[in-house]
Ligand binder design. Structure first.
Ligand code: FE
Length: 206
């Protein structure tokens, strides 16, 4: 089932609401289990929720980014077949079945959204932040991406092309940020520490 059904929106602007996040997660997890098994097993549901709350998160995506920064072959694979490259690092599962990674360059800045609901690449980024699910971000980032990014503190030059990627029922996007300058001496782990969640959404740069 697509998760492009219209959800009831409970907008809280840019504030973070862990209770709402948890509730949304349970709904998603329930959908998955109902589809997969035709029933809901509370123990299994708890384990799914725990997996996405504790085992996955933006550090997964950060390790993918760092590997791409130090390994040109991996980077080429990641951009060509994001699903396979990410799966090869062990990051797979619900909302990560079909991944596309888009690269920020000196000329293009990418940002991801789901205009219809809140599709998000869980295996690499964990749970979406509340603002990602809010109607303000979802509608405005497509119409006026520069203004929205400026509100996040990211002011892009007029020369920079802004590309907005709208998740579909199938595909989840992740941004490959540009590697910061003067980081040649850093290890892959140190590079991964520099990568932020918002850098992989595209509402920040690294
Ligand atoms: Fe969605």
């Amino acid at each position: 089932m697509s998760d492009h059904n219209h959800h009831k929106d409970h907008t809280h602007g840019h504030t973070h609401d862990p209770v709402e996040d948890g509730a949304a997660l349970r709904v998603r997890a329930l959908e998955e289990l109902v589809i997969a098994k035709g029933l809901v097993d509370p123990a299994a549901l708890d384990s799914v929720v725990e997996y996405y709350e504790r085992e996955t998160g933006p550090r997964n995506g950060a390790s993918v980014v760092a590997k791409a920064w130090v390994d040109p072959e991996f980077k080429a694979w990641l951009l060509k077949d994001g699903t396979a490259a990410i799966h090869s690092m062990g990051f797979k599962g619900y909302q990560g079945e079909h991944m596309r990674v888009v690269e920020n360059t000196a000329d293009v800045h990418n940002v991801i959204v789901c205009t219809l609901c809140s599709c998000y690449p869980w295996p690499v980024l964990g749970l979406p932040p509340a603002w990602y699910k809010g109607p303000a971000y979802r509608s405005r980032v497509v119409r006026e991406p520069r203004a929205v990014l400026a509100e996040f503190g990211l002011t892009l030059s007029q020369d920079m092309k802004v590309q907005v990627w709208d998740s579909t029922a199938e595909i989840r996007f992740m941004v490959l940020p540009r590697r910061p300058e003067n980081t040649e001496g850093l290890s892959e782990a140190e590079l991964a520490d520099m990568v932020t969640r918002d850098g992989m959404i595209g509402t920040a740069v690294v």
